[in-house]
Design a protein around this ligand. Structure first.
Ligand SMILES: Cc1ncc(COP(=O)(O)O)c(C=O)c1O
Length: 410
């Protein structure tokens, strides 16, 4: 099987390094792409389940832009809704009616939602949710889960990261995932001071197995939060609409006060949303939170079209099924070579790790060899399935994985 060369990616990266600090920053940074020579850095074109890099190499994309792509790149329904709105108005001096229609749709779709509020990125919304909780309770502290990501604001990053000060973490208490006793103890240690518990529906750390909620965890956690008069925030930025169209909490059987959505809601157009219960409506109205482009109507039209389409085709069910089929085949291929490929998390966004090598080096090589044959795999982060992945894509991916395995073992 042909392996890819990345001369143009490398040339663009050299140009970038002169004018952009570290060339490509944040979650698209090449740093975790190991071996670095096996990955592309720049996309020239994307369509359906695939993208083509600046060297013309074709990839079946299992990162889906790190989540946003759910219906396939350049989905015509979403793109037409976006274009049609652009023709009449996008960013202008007042809000657009499509914002009201979008909020109405989300309130109908999501059982917890009595209202919706829109911004651009996930961190806009997780920050806003915490501010609303502080306004509602008059308390400062926030409990979050250790190693869970809610965005790149300093309080959300890990202690010790560049530019993150101890003061940024004074009001943030981290507790282990799936440990309702630790949560209860944290509330007790800071009695009367905790505004909110913020958590993802299940645990999605990087470089580590993902973990679904243990039996009874969410019921216990919800009860602890309620007993302490705090606000329960679900960060559904990553899982949203790959698990349940009503919010991932519906699947896991609990009711938060606020839910943060972002990635999938407009199939890649930049928009995020906070939905919440009536009890927090007034506090939400009183908190000032806004941005230059937060009222851009094109993205709202795209989000409305995307959510209607995800609902029509049952995107969570589809992506779960496709993910299960994909990983079952990959696990069998690994087994055929005498290796154990461990799959954790939801099948629609699985985290995979070859358990035979704790250092991850074998797994990194395997993902790198797969990528340079056309199946874009991350070795440190959960993958994402889309509704556009076909049986043909999956079969091709298995063939690539088989060949990659042979190359690593050679
Ligand atoms: C669970 C979760 N919350 C929040 C965020 C932050 O979203 P954004 O990068 O759009 O600010 C992310 C991003 O990956 C995420 O996965």
């Amino acid at each position: 099987m042909k392996t890819y060369e990345y001369d143009q990616s490398a040339a663009w990266f050299q140009r970038a390094a002169k004018v952009i600090p570290c060339g490509v920053y944040g979650h698209f940074s090449p740093a975790p792409c190991v071996p670095i020579t096996h990955y592309p850095f720049y996309t020239a074109r994307a369509e359906g389940s695939k993208f083509w890099d600046v060297d013309g190499n074709e990839f079946i994309d299992y990162m889906c832009a790190y989540g946003p792509m759910i219906l396939g790149y350049r989905n015509p329904i979403v793109d037409e809704a976006f274009q049609a709105q652009l023709k009449v108005a996008d960013t202008s001096s007042t809000a657009s009616p499509v914002m009201v229609e979008l909020a109405e749709f989300m309130v109908d779709l999501i059982p917890v939602a009595d209202w919706a509020f829109f911004a651009k990125n996930g961190a806009d919304i997780t920050n806003y949710a915490v501010t609303v909780a502080r306004a509602a309770t008059g308390r400062r502290k926030v409990i979050a889960v250790a190693d869970e990501y809610h965005g790149s604001s300093p309080w959300m990053q890990e202690a010790g990261h560049h530019g993150v000060m101890d003061a940024d973490h004074v009001d943030v208490i981290r507790v282990p995932w799936n440990d309702a006793t630790a949560l209860e103890q944290a509330f007790a240690r800071h009695e009367g001071q905790v505004a909110a518990f913020i958590a993802t529906p299940y645990h999605t750390p990087v470089f580590t197995d993902n973990a679904l909620p243990a039996e009874g965890y969410w019921a216990q956690a919800e009860a602890v939060v309620r007993k302490n008069g705090a606000v329960l925030i679900v960060d559904d930025v990553r899982c949203g609409f790959r698990i349940d169209m009503g919010g991932s909490n519906e699947y896991f059987g609990f009711k938060p006060d606020l839910i943060c959505f972002c990635k999938t809601i407009a199939n890649g157009y930049p928009i995020s949303a906070l939905v919440g219960t009536d009890a927090l409506r007034t506090d939400c109205a009183k908190v000032f939170h806004t941005g230059s482009f937060w009222f851009a109507a094109g993205c709202m039209a795209a989000a409305l079209a995307c959510m209607k389409e995800m609902k029509r085709i049952d995107a969570p069910k589809l992506t779960m099924e496709k993910g299960q089929k994909l990983v079952d085949g990959l696990v069998d291929i690994a087994k055929g070579h005498g290796y154990n490929l461990k799959v954790t998390g939801a099948p629609s966004m699985p985290y995979l790790r070859t358990t035979d090598d704790e250092s991850l080096m074998f797994h990194q090589k395997l993902c790198g060899e797969s990528t340079r044959r056309g199946a874009f795999f991350s070795s440190h982060h959960n993958w994402f399935l889309s509704c556009a992945h076909t049986d043909h894509d999956i079969q091709r991916t298995w063939d690539i994985f088989e060949d990659a395995f042979k190359a690593v073992l050679r």
